[in-house]
Ligand binder design. Structure first.
Ligand code: B12
Ligand code: SF4
Length: 500
């Protein structure tokens, strides 16, 4: 069967991100001998007309689409257009943009079938049933459009042993991998350079996304969990995959995209030992929870090339951490930050402001946490309800997102650094103001740390001031000049009046 996989951009101007989910969907189809083509729209940087022209030039029996919720608007446009051009070709959707909202997808887009959960086995069985002309409602894990409503087929059991899924090494060949490796590599290299971590780096950064497992044990109120629980690949599976990428694409910087790399101490120990034995000279980035960061863990990870750890700090207010069900104490965040600094590892700390219950006091607590701790690398996001998260249900109940289609259009093509919806009793202005104060605190901390470490030269210092305060300085200079000229004009006028 001829299959066209299309990856719509999560943001129309964004740099390409490796479409991991769709690569895992493509792999079993290639193994089954199907003729698969992959089209990453963000990578090709095509206009909408060019996209349609390209699709019109292709012949295919099935189209597959997926992505995150911020592609909703693009996906809606694209699939409706494709349905007009090829009314008889089925369109299958999946991933975070489709699975949580079948009622919306079937009503507003051109998608006919949605994968309910993991796609690795479901897609294989669906395509095989389609090809053989069998009844697709016998395939587990599907939502099938049926007039104005839809059918839900039997549940697809979770794949218990993740190692039965082959790494998508065949699917990589469908894409121009070099582009992702280099374009993302440049960005990562800048981050490493700006944190003076070049000493621990290996020259040109050749970057790749990879998974060591799926899922998370947490249940934070702002997070969408497609499947329950957490599963890890075996250490040997991960090392073999890394070695393939190291040998084939010369990858020297891996980003583990799973939410929780640090699962058990034993797994991490075995991983570090196996990576050492493999003799691969690589660097990597992982994610963990603050509570799991220990001195011993960091020493082990650093010794085999870990340079960056993402830890969801989320807030500096214990009240907010509790209400978002983070199951973390502020002390864990302090401790994690202290240890990461001690071991000169880069921290990536996403935080979220504006969840229900946020007040000026809780925001001040977060500000205090940032100032006390001296955190110099974090990302500030506004609480944005994404479908099927607990706060999405809250927003629906409160009538804040009553027209779901309009709301999903509104949050499309953007990220949570823009205030899209206010779930608090604070005014929008207050929320934006505190957000800005936090960003300022971060900049100050960065500057202080860099000065303290003597890590910057005078030239760097002036560059930093110009970069972060240049526009403000320009603004104040213009304002000052205006006031000064006004004052002079008034004085001149007075002098003239006196003279007359
Ligand atoms: C990598 C990543 C990103 C990347 C790129 C995302 C991408 N490639 O699409 C970047 C960094 C850009 C990103 C950004 C954001 N992200 Co993000 N990100 C992830 C992350 C960590 C990994 C995604 C992944 O590759 N998973 C692994 C693959 C194998 O799983 P999968 O994609 O689910 O695919 C499987 C199934 O879903 C299914 N499937 C998927 N598609 C299809 C299609 C068909 C037809 C079929 C049959 C099956 C199928 O089969 C696959 C194999 O089983 C996830 C969390 C996670 N670990 O899943 C969050 C996640 C996707 N991100 C999320 C969010 C909220 C964001 C942001 C909006 C956050 C923000 N702070 O602003 C931004 C938006 C950026 C923007 N608009 O510019 C949410 C998505 C919520 C939602 N409903 O969409 C997630 C789930 C995190 C969370 N738990 O809340 N993200
Ligand atoms: S926010 Fe992080 S810790 Fe919380 S459930 Fe999502 S992935 Fe897990």
């Amino acid at each position: 069967m001829k299959i066209l996989i299309v990856y719509p951009p999560c943001r129309e101007s964004s740099t390409p991100t490796l479409p991991l989910g769709l690569l895992y969907v493509a792999q079993p189809l290639i193994e089954d001998g199907h003729n698969v083509n992959f089209f990453d729209i963000a990578l090709e940087k095509l206009s909408r007309n060019e996209v349609l022209a390209k699709i019109k030039s292709e012949k295919f029996d099935l189209m597959i689409v997926g992505g995150i919720i911020t592609t909703y608007s693009y996906l809606k446009w694209l699939t409706n257009e494709v349905k007009n051009i090829y009314p008889d070709v089925p369109i299958m959707g999946g991933g975070f943009v489709a699975t949580p909202i079948p009622h919306i997808i079937f009503k507003y887009t051109g998608i006919d079938i949605i994968c309910n959960g993991e796609g690795d086995i479901t897609v294989k069985e669906y395509v095989s049933a389609l090809e053989d002309g069998r009844d697709i409602s016998d395939v587990s894990g599907l939502f099938i459009k049926n007039g104005n409503t839809y059918i839900i087929t039997s549940d697809r059991p979770l794949i218990k042993n993740l190692d039965v899924i082959n790494s998508p090494v065949g699917a990589y060949k469908l894409l121009d991998i070099e582009r992702y490796v280099v374009e993302n590599g440049k960005q990562i290299q800048e981050t490493l350079e700006s944190h003076n971590s070049l000493d621990s780096y290996l020259g040109e950064c050749r970057y790749f996304d990879i998974l060591s497992g799926r899922g998370c044990v947490g249940r934070c109120t702002f997070c969408y969990r497609m499947v329950k629980g957490m599963r890890k690949h075996s250490v040997s599976y991960v090392i073999v995959h890394m070695k393939y990428l190291y040998d084939t694409y010369k990858i020297n910087m891996f980003l583990f995209e799973d939410e929780l790399f640090v699962d058990s101490e034993k797994w991490v120990d075995d991983f570090c030992a196996a990576l050492k034995d493999s003799k691969m000279d690589v660097r990597f980035s992982i994610s963990s929870r603050a509570i799991l960061i220990t001195e011993d863990l960091l020493e082990k990870l650093k010794s085999v090339g870990c340079v960056h750890i993402g830890v969801g700090f989320e807030s500096g207010s214990q009240k907010m951490l509790d209400s978002m069900k983070k199951y973390t104490k502020i002390e864990h965040n302090y401790n994690a930050y202290r240890l990461l600094k001690k071991h000169s590892m880069i921290l990536g700390a996403p935080t979220v402001q504006g969840l229900p219950g946020e007040t000026k006091e809780t925001l001040k607590d977060t500000l205090k946490f940032f100032n006390d701790c001296g955190v110099d690398n974090a990302a500030f996001y506004y609480a944005t309800p994404y479908p099927n998260s607990e706060i999405y249900q809250y927003a629906l109940k409160k009538g804040l997102t009553q027209d779901e289609d309009k709301y999903l259009e509104w949050i499309s093509n953007s990220d949570a650094s823009e205030l899209k919806i206010n779930l608090t009793k604070l005014s929008d202005t207050d929320l934006i103001y505190y957000h800005w104060l936090l960003a300022e605190a971060l900049r100050r901390n960065r500057l202080k740390n860099e000065l303290r470490n003597n890590a910057i030269t005078n030239m760097d210092f002036y560059k930093f001031i110009l970069k972060h305060y240049g526009v403000k300085m320009l603004y104040y200079t213009v304002l000052f000049k205006l006031v000064w000229n006004l004052k002079n004009a008034v004085e001149l006028k007075n002098k003239r009046r006196c003279a007359v």
